[in-house]
Ligand binder design. Structure first.
Ligand code: SAH
Length: 236
């Protein structure tokens, strides 16, 4: 069974959007993964198709109603559906390459996109939604965040990105940022490709790349460097 993604959103027409382009789009047409976006409004029960209401306790904006959202989740992922249920949320755990890799090995994901001020806490608790954030800033809705999550996950599904080794050296895969990349022409605006890369000496190249990776990570991301240098770091 291939990776199956279900999105619950007020804007299903936004999908697949960028997920339909390039290798991810090819993966979709080749059935390496599947994507379905369902309109939350289809689960509204009144004639105005209401999905939100004002926040209890007062304040600005609107909150997505728990009964409507729970009905959508229960229809799309009935009990026994093995896929994790995710809520895109600025209060969630920051998305990591590690979580993306775990999700890519699993059966798929059911992803809830919030809008307005967010969603009623009781549906987060009652449906055990895993809250995931794509960064410390606030978006207008969860749709773009869901695309970010899926793009990070789907490119890791075997077969989607071609080369088996294409992930091994990437940023974050070993806890470090990637080394600089070059390609022809040999000389660009008076700057040559570093000689080691055209030396043909694979040992030297690997050593140079490792050093560059460490230097760039140390300069830009002391947090990653500290975790990498920590004695508790699990050895790959
Ligand atoms: N009032 C909320 C923000 C609501 S933004 C708060 O302060 O926490 C509306 C929706 O956009 C959210 O429900 C969520 O689904 C999505 N969203 C906003 N920022 C996000 C982020 N950084 N990561 C993931 N989803 C986000």
């Amino acid at each position: 069974m291939s990776f199956s993604a279900d999105i619950i959103t007020l804007f299903p027409d936004l999908f697949p959007g960028p997920l339909g382009a390039s290798v991810l789009g090819r993966g979709l047409s080749d059935d390496l993964w599947s994507l379905r976006a369902t309109n939350l409004r289809d689960f509204a029960t009144d004639k105005h198709r209401t999905v939100d209401d004002s926040p209890s306790g007062g304040g600005a904006g609107m909150v997505l109603k728990p009964d409507i959202l729970a009905a959508a989740i229960d229809t799309i992922a009935p009990q026994g559906d093995p896929r994790p249920r995710i809520l895109m949320s600025p209060r969630g755990k920051p998305l990591t390459q590690k979580r993306a890799r775990e999700l890519a090995l699993g059966p798929g994901a059911v992803i809830v996109c919030g809008r307005f001020e967010g969603i009623d806490q009781r549906v987060i608790d009652g449906r055990q939604l895993e809250e995931i954030s794509i960064g410390d800033y606030v978006l207008a809705g969860g749709e773009v965040a869901a695309m970010v999550l899926l793009e990070a996950v789907v490119r890791l599904i075997p077969g989607v990105l071609g080369g088996v080794d294409s992930h091994a050296d990437e940023s974050f895969e070993n806890g470090l940022l990637e080394y600089p990349q070059y390609t022809r022409p040999q000389s660009f605006e008076g700057v040559d490709i570093p000689a080691v890369l055209t030396s043909g000496d694979h040992g030297k190249i690997a050593k140079w790349r490792g050093e560059q990776s460490l230097a760039i990570t140390a300069a830009r991301r002391p947090d990653l460097m500290a975790a990498y240098s920590s004695p508790k770091r699990p050895k790959a």
